[in-house]
Design a protein around this ligand. Structure first.
Ligand code: SF4
Length: 83
């Protein structure tokens, strides 16, 4: 977490962070409140799922493995070479 002395965040345009932001490296503490150093409205970033710039949480990415029949793959590869 960074600390800011400028008063940039508490001026009113920045919304305080939400619960889901706690632990993120972009959280900035100012005047006993915590703000996001990147987004003015952190709750909007979480409305549709994970915040895309969150450093502490990432959505689970499912890796789908496609089974390839080695014989068919070899035939396809050799077929492409012939012209
Ligand atoms: S980058 Fe996203 S998760 Fe991190 S503090 Fe800002 S809004 Fe919250």
């Amino acid at each position: 977490m960074q600390t800011s002395s400028a008063g940039k965040y508490s001026s009113g345009s920045f919304q305080p962070i939400i619960e889901k932001c706690s632990g993120c490296d972009r959280v900035v503490a100012e005047n006993s409140s915590q703000y996001c150093g990147t987004f003015m409205n952190p709750s909007a970033k979480w409305r549709l799922g994970f915040c895309n710039l969150a450093t502490h949480a990432k959505p689970e990415i499912k890796v789908v493995t496609v089974k390839v029949n080695p014989l068919k793959a070899a035939k396809r590869a050799s077929g492409r070479k012939k012209k």
